[in-house]
Design a protein around this ligand. Structure first.
Ligand SMILES: O=C(O)CCC(=O)C(=O)O
Ligand SMILES: [Mn+2]
Length: 216
């Protein structure tokens, strides 16, 4: 069992020692969707282990997209795992998933416990340096249905994740996603908001992100 605190609950000061298994929870967005952050969902030890296992074992590939007829490399490596028979079009690329590996099953199971959803696929991104990124988009592919729940897990370097409202353009939220964090995006989030991982000129180590999804 986890102990949870909400954003509006009285938070212990930063030098407070959290008991082991104390799950922090922050509501980041609760208008036009819900975005909830669990900054320490996986322990530092688990996160380090998952990072190196996934870095070594995942079949990373360098996909290309066509922009104005020109073939361009995606600025990150990607991989797609999931239940047999699922297929999904992402950035104009038809994805056929590889079968689950034990590490992914174990991450998925922990994420499913808290989100109370059974995910059937995961898209993985490897950001090799600060030059790797994902540009503004919503996870609104038709295969995800309306108001999908997306569970996003990060391991490795901390990178900034930004959200901007599609209509009220000055409404922006920035979150530094640390290793071991879980970010849940629910409700109308994909309909009303876009998100990105911008490039950074800082020298950063690699980062792996997993977005668990339900393909209908
Ligand atoms: O790396 C991240 O935190 C976000 C990745 C993402 O938005 C995606 O793969 O759709
Ligand atoms: Mn996304």
């Amino acid at each position: 069992m986890y102990h949870q605190i909400g954003l509006w609950d009285k938070q212990p000061s930063s030098n407070y020692l959290f008991p082991k298994n104390y799950l922090q929870k922050k509501v980041v967005i609760d208008i036009d969707g819900q975005v909830i952050l669990y900054p320490n969902f996986f322990s530092i030890e688990e996160s380090d282990r998952f990072f190196s296992d996934l870095y070594d074992c995942i079949k990373w590939k360098q996909d290309t997209i066509k922009i104005f007829g020109k073939k361009m490399f995606l600025p990150r490596l990607t991989a797609w795992y999931g239940d047999e028979g699922q297929s999904y079009t992402y950035s104009g690329i038809e994805q056929h998933p590889d079968p689950w590996i034990p590490q992914l099953k174990s991450i998925k199971s922990k994420v499913e416990d808290i989100s109370e959803v059974n995910f059937n696929s995961v898209l993985l991104n490897l950001y090799r340096t600060g030059k790797d990124s994902v540009s503004w988009h919503s996870d609104d592919e038709p295969e995800l249905g309306t108001n999908p729940i997306i569970a996003s897990v990060s391991f490795g370097a901390t990178r900034r994740f930004s959200l901007k409202h599609k209509i009220s353009k000055d409404r922006k939220v920035h979150i530094d996603l640390e290793s071991g964090s879980l970010l849940l995006m629910k409700g109308e989030t994909q309909h009303c908001w876009q998100h990105q991982i911008p490039k950074t000129s800082k020298s950063v180590k690699p980062r792996i992100n997993l977005t668990f999804r339900v393909i209908k």
